[in-house]
Design a protein around this ligand. Structure first.
Ligand code: GAP
Length: 538
């Protein structure tokens, strides 16, 4: 059963996972802060990705499904780069959404996200809209139509609905459109392009000379460093360069908690390979990335892999798949993107080498200047690769698994949240809220409690706490009834609680309680660290 979003949002605030940015000043739409528990959770998501994809990657073996062995390396490039990067990548000209403004309410909407239906009352015919992703679109437009025509709910039968829901771009005449929050007709402007990159100015130059952009993706930092990585390491194709870092997009309509934010983190790999093997590598990465989410707990039906249809693909791409999750805030049956895995051919390296050339090499980006010359010149640097064994020189193909750290964190939270019943310390069944996070992701790995604050129990518990603290983020708590302490940890997603009790003073054992099964086993004090390590790293 899907978690009710309000409950999760409230837990995130109450327990310090997520706060609205600048909340004391009323917040800033599209920006989120991670609190003490949230920062640990998100760090663990990124750490799991980095370890699994990069540092513990076995480059000596051929992994299941892989065409051959391969190497992985990392990078940390800057957020602000040379403006030419974005011209050659296509972001400067093409990274935009269309928006419409409402003259009455001064609200701005993404053009393709305004949806509605034609409705008639007598001779009067209007197009009533709502924003896409509204939970009950029909109820919403009906309410608005009734209000517009000054009818009561019981007169709803008088409305004649003429079309199914269609998106605003399918409507030619905006004069009969009732904007999502307006009370008058025809208040929407014609659609306008809106580039999603945040602009800033570098140094003391405030004019266009100093204009630069906050990166909208980490990927370009990898492409422009391709040659540096090759020249400074002994990596050979096939290999991947991974990067985790902040990206910024001035989204027109940020929404759904952290799902669509204006500042977020990406975890991206650019995997370079020979063109003849790129389709095999595409399939390998698609499946490998899907398994990663499954292994960390998104194992159910709410996760799916969706291969793009040929007409959805960019002209240079031989395949793109999205890993999607049925986030509970989406309408029933809809999925939201967690990660895209794209076969990008040689598009990016070629663009940074040669610039945007002509219609033929890049039909979607016609970027010739008025003299028929390339509009943007590339770096002019040689970004080809020479295979030492065969002597062949080629522009490598790229497979790009591109994930969002915030979306992954949100999906893990949604999947982990549940409510069940468990006995309190008096054996009475109580409802408890649990975050069943994978132990690798849990912000606190273990909590240590003395049953009571006397008889030497706190001293033993503190020793266990200190020993565990050397490896993990652990928590010590001696306040209140032990049942309440357990429940606080269940809510925080702590997989193990270790309790020092009367028996400890007799046989030097403690209990370890499992968050999910509620099973408690006794373990010798000297074996506690080993036991916790084994359980977390199993
Ligand atoms: N380099 C390719 C690229 O950036 P993308 O599909 O635009 O592709 C990749 O972004 C991932 O980044 C998405 O699957 C999503 O997880 C995350 N992402 C993109 N825009 C986001 C936003 N506004 N808020 C949060 N995460 C976002």
């Amino acid at each position: 059963m899907a978690v009710e979003m309000e409950k999760l949002v409230s837990l995130c605030k109450r327990r310090g996972f997520l706060f609205q940015s600048s909340e004391i000043y009323g917040g800033l739409n599209g920006f989120w802060d991670y609190g003490p528990l949230g920062v640990e959770l998100k760090r663990n998501v990124k750490e799991a990705w980095w370890r699994d994809m990069v540092t513990t990657h076995d480059d000596l073996s051929v992994l299941p499904g892989a065409p051959s062995a391969y190497e992985m390396t990392g990078l940390d490039s800057t957020i602000i780069m040379h403006p030419q990067v974005w011209k050659c990548s296509g972001h400067y000209d093409l990274f935009h959404d269309f928006m419409v403004d409402c003259r009455q309410t001064r609200k701005r909407y993404r053009y393709d996200q305004v949806r509605g239906r034609w409705v008639k009352l007598g001779e009067r015919r209007i197009f009533v809209t709502t924003v896409a992703e509204a939970s009950d679109e029909q109820a919403e437009v009906e309410r608005k139509a009734l209000k517009f025509f000054k009818l009561r709910p019981k007169q709803a039968d008088e409305l004649v609905w003429e079309s199914d829901f269609i998106a605003l771009p399918e409507v030619d005449d905006l004069s009969q459109v009732l904007a999502p929050d307006a009370t008058e007709l025809g208040t929407l402007t014609e659609p306008r392009e809106f580039n999603l990159m945040f602009k800033t100015y570098v140094g003391a130059l405030s004019g266009e000379e100093g204009a630069a952009f906050l990166r909208p993706e980490t990927a370009q930092g990898i492409f422009v460093n391709f040659k540096n990585v090759l020249d400074s390491t002994r990596v050979k194709i096939p290999f991947g360069i991974a990067q985790i870092g902040k990206s910024f997009r001035n989204e027109i309509t940020p929404r759904y908690f952290t799902f669509r934010s204006r500042e977020f983190e990406q975890m991206e790999i650019e995997f370079f390979c020979h063109p003849s093997t790129s389709s095999d590598w595409y399939r390998y990465w698609r499946d490998r990335r899907m398994q990663w989410y499954q292994q960390l707990g998104l194992a159910g039906e709410r996760l799916r892999l969706r291969e793009h249809a040929p007409d959805e693909l960019s002209h240079y791409s031989r395949g793109t798949a999205d890993i999607e999750y049925a986030f509970p805030f989406l309408p029933a049956g809809e999925f939201g993107e967690l990660e895209g895995i794209a076969h990008r051919g040689d598009f990016d390296l070629r663009s940074h080498m040669e610039g945007k050339l002509d219609e033929k090499s890049n039909p979607l980006v016609v970027q010739l200047d008025e003299h028929g010359k390339p509009k943007y010149r590339g770096s002019g640097k040689d970004l080809t690769y020479r295979d030492e064994a065969t002597g062949e020189r080629f522009i490598p193909h790229v497979i790009e698994p591109s994930a969002g750290a915030d979306r992954a964190t949100l999906a893990f939270l949604c999947e982990a949240y549940r409510e069940d019943t468990a006995p309190d310390d008096k054996g009475v069944m109580q409802t408890r809220t649990v975050l069943s996070l994978h132990p690798r992701l849990a912000p606190i790995k273990a909590a240590v409690f003395p049953l009571v604050k006397k008889d030497g129990m706190p001293e033993v518990a503190k020793d266990i706490y200190r020993a565990l603290k050397k490896r993990y983020n652990v928590f010590y708590d001696e306040k209140g009834a032990v049942g309440r302490r357990y429940r606080r940890q269940d809510e925080a997603g702590t997989p193990y609680c270790i309790t020092v009790d009367g028996q400890t003073l007799i046989d030097n054992t403690v209990t370890i309680r499992d968050r999910d099964s509620l099973e408690q086993v006794r373990v010798k004090v000297d074996d506690v660290v080993e036991e916790v390590v084994q359980r977390i790293e199993q």
